[in-house]
Design a protein around this ligand. Structure first.
Ligand SMILES: *[C@@H]1O[C@H](CO)[C@@H](O)[C@H](O)[C@H]1NC(C)=O
Ligand SMILES: *[C@@H]1O[C@H](CO)[C@@H](O)[C@H](O)[C@H]1NC(C)=O
Ligand SMILES: *[C@@H]1O[C@H](CO)[C@@H](O)[C@H](O)[C@H]1NC(C)=O
Length: 235
């Protein structure tokens, strides 16, 4: 974590001392893969799908518990500023306002390029990957750094330095690039209509990741309470 901060400082110095200004690259149009989200000392695996033209992203995680699996499944429509939280098991869905502060994919036009880097080593064939880094400020004025591959502009890592959640890092793994949309990331039929007003307090992506953690804690608590009451029927 501290290393990233040092890197950030190095980048700032680097970008101040080089006049080089390249234009931000465009991410591939359609992506799917895994996310490793590290926030508040917790690391979690999520899956993601992305559609650049529609500015939509789906993030979901599945947890396999005894005899059933639980999912946290969100559709993020950054363009429209709404998010759908879906529960396929109970066919329930809520629509909430979404703040677009923490978009992990895509380099905003006002981002500045920082130092290019090699992850691993290019001295060994296939042993390294060249990445470019971009930094800037979110709409809320918080700093971010994004790393994308030199070839193809595939997202590799996004780090947000936030006031509320501290430093949050999202690493992209096993991404596949597609030429056609696999899914238009529209809400399923059991969700509120697309023109229905979102309800509730506006949320951002990082809060959604955190909320899933809260749910998990609640489940753990209810199990603990059962054990405390010598009720093992849930096992
Ligand atoms: C598992 O789920 C099935 C179908 O819902 C149910 O019939 C069965 O009793 C469950 N088993 C346990 C151990 O909960
Ligand atoms: C990532 O890809 C590798 C190589 O295809 C595969 O072996 C691995 O299981 C994948 N990991 C995840 C978390 O999907
Ligand atoms: C025991 O736990 C199960 C599952 O959480 C619950 O349905 C049941 O009512 C509990 N029984 C008692 C006696 O508290």
């Amino acid at each position: 974590m501290r290393l990233l901060l040092v890197l950030a400082v190095v980048f700032v110095v680097y970008s101040l001392t080089t006049a080089q200004q390249t234009r931000p690259c465009k991410s591939p149009p359609y992506l799917m893969g895994k996310l490793v989200v590290s926030l508040k000392d917790e690391v979690k695996f999520w899956n993601y799908e992305y559609n650049r033209a529609l500015q939509r992203m789906r993030v979901y995680e599945t947890e396999n518990l005894v005899n059933r699996s639980l999912t946290n499944d969100f559709l993020l429509h950054f363009g429209e500023g709404v998010t759908y939280e879906m529960d396929g098991l109970t066919s329930t869905c809520s629509k909430r306002p979404l703040r677009a502060d923490y978009q992990p994919i895509g380099i905003p036009d006002d981002a500045t390029s920082a130092m290019p880097l090699i992850f691993g080593s290019l001295s060994v064939p296939g042993g390294g990957m060249q990445v470019n880094s971009w930094q800037g400020l979110s709409p809320r004025g918080e700093e971010y750094i994004k790393f994308v591959t030199e070839v193809g502009c595939v997202p590799h890592q996004a780090t947000f330095y936030t006031e509320k959640h501290g430093q949050v890092t999202i690493v992209f793994l096993n991404s596949t690039v597609h030429n056609k949309a696999q899914d238009d990331l529209s809400p399923p039929g059991f969700c509120p209509e697309e023109d229905a007003q979102p309800t509730g307090r506006p949320v951002d992506l990082l809060e959604l990741f955190l909320e899933s953690r809260i749910k998990k804690l609640k489940r753990t608590f209810s199990k603990l309470i059962n054990v405390y009451l010598n009720n093992y029927s849930f096992l």
